[in-house]
Write a protein that binds this ligand. Structure first.
Ligand code: ACO
Length: 356
């Protein structure tokens, strides 16, 4: 019995391989660093979904179909704005997602992915009492996210940064939300239900909620000059430095490298990118001095936090934006699970009382 299932292999997948010893993430045969540097969200959708839908069109047509799905999602989600006003951001996104429909075809898949993004953007506006901004079928997914949140056309460098983020988190082996989506898909509940379930698992702070504390730490450090002292004190108090270390990646987290490269293409004057790069160096140097027996490198959450902040996305929406990227993987894994024609049904060991 292994309550965290760490040593249980529960699926065969062609989608992604996480190698913690080598510090490698491969998605359908391509290194994550390469994907983050060169692919749009729609390219990655095509890469992940290829072979799982008979009618998957080329990327250009898929981009238009996804845009049309955002427009359909918006027309439904805008009707429940009063309900979304009464809930926290994550609960509101979850509520809005429930309007997606079930089915196992391409339109259902696109609707589910579109709902995550439109729900996140609408909730972002509603939470600030701002007017809703309609999606556009002609924009790319990443660009439309920024537009629907801010009402402004983003610069190409920010759109590239948003694309890099969405594709970097699109798939990551059998993590908790992906496993959840596969379990739900295995019952033939439909892709909408599988994506909603994936989001519900992601919403927990142990899975999708770590970047917020990175920004809290940067707030607390305040200035580059203060960083060394701050880190030494934190480590002496036994505190963890947020955005460093990883349970699986023992050498480096390749997603951190991918996002660092993506953020280096954005002007350092935007957000706290320059500050974060300088503080990262000081943190690594301090960890080497104070924890010489451990390899504690930057993890994905550090550059997620500074990149999403540079994109002017509110902390309360970080998990929703994570879901916008990961929904691509939830759908692909769900289709892969459905193709096995097996419901997921593990066993448990009864440790309760016996009948007297
Ligand atoms: N800062 C300071 N010390 C650390 C850190 C850190 N970020 N991470 C690990 N350590 C130290 C621990 O104090 C411990 O030291 P000790 O043996 O001297 O007591 C040692 O390294 C091992 O700690 P574990 O918790 O056993 O290491 P593990 O690899 O299992 O931890 C974890 C992984 C939980 C991510 C940890 O590195 C951590 O807490 N990091 C900070 C929080 C964070 O960034 N979370 C996001 C992770 S990425 C993701 O989940 C997608």
């Amino acid at each position: 019995m292994d309550s965290g299932l760490e040593n249980v292999i529960a699926a065969e997948t062609v989608l992604s391989r996480v190698d913690g010893q080598k510090g490698e993430l491969v998605v359908r045969g391509r290194e994550i660093e390469d994907i983050a540097a060169s692919m749009t969200f729609e390219d990655v959708l095509h890469l992940l979904w290829d072979g799982f839908f008979d009618d998957l069109p080329a990327v250009d047509a898929l981009t238009v179909r996804l845009g049309e799905a955002r427009v359909r999602a918006f027309s439904k989600i805008k009707t429940i704005v009063p309900v979304l006003k009464r809930e926290s951001s994550l609960e509101a996104i979850r509520t809005a997602l429930s309007l997606t429909s079930d089915g196992n075809d391409l339109d259902s898949a696109l609707d589910a992915v579109a709902h995550v993004l439109v729900a996140t953007a609408v909730v972002g506006r509603v939470s600030k009492n701002q007017e809703l901004i309609e999606p556009s079928a002609t924009r790319g997914h990443a660009e439309d996210l920024i537009y629907m949140l801010s009402g402004k056309k983003a610069s190409p460098e920010l759109v590239a940064g948003a694309n890099s983020y969405l594709v970097t988190v699109a798939d990551h082996g059998l993590n908790a939300s992906t496993f959840t989506a596969r379990v739900v898909a295995s019952t033939q509940a439909g892709l909408g239900s599988a994506v909603i379930a994936g989001f519900c698992a992601l919403k927990g702070p142990l899975h999708g909620g770590a970047p917020g504390p990175v920004l809290d730490m940067l707030d607390s450090i305040g200035t580059v000059e203060n960083a060394k002292n701050w880190c030494e004190n934190a480590l002496e108090n036994g505190d963890r430095l947020m955005g460093f270390g990883h349970r699986v990646y023992k050498i480096k987290d390749p997603r951190a490298d991918a996002l660092k490269t993506a953020s280096s293409k954005i002007s350092g004057s935007i957000g706290r990118l320059n500050f974060a790069r300088q503080v990262e160096e000081i943190i690594i140097e301090t960890l080497v001095e104070k924890k010489p027996d451990r390899v504690l490198e930057t993890n994905v959450e550090y550059y997620t936090a500074v990149l999403l902040e540079a994109l002017n996305i509110d902390r309360s929406l970080f998990t929703g934006v994570f879901g916008c990227g990961r929904s691509a993987g939830w759908v692909a894994h769900s289709k892969e699970q459905i193709a096995t024609r097996r419901i997921v049904r593990p066993k448990s060991v009864y440790v309760g009382p016996n009948p007297s």
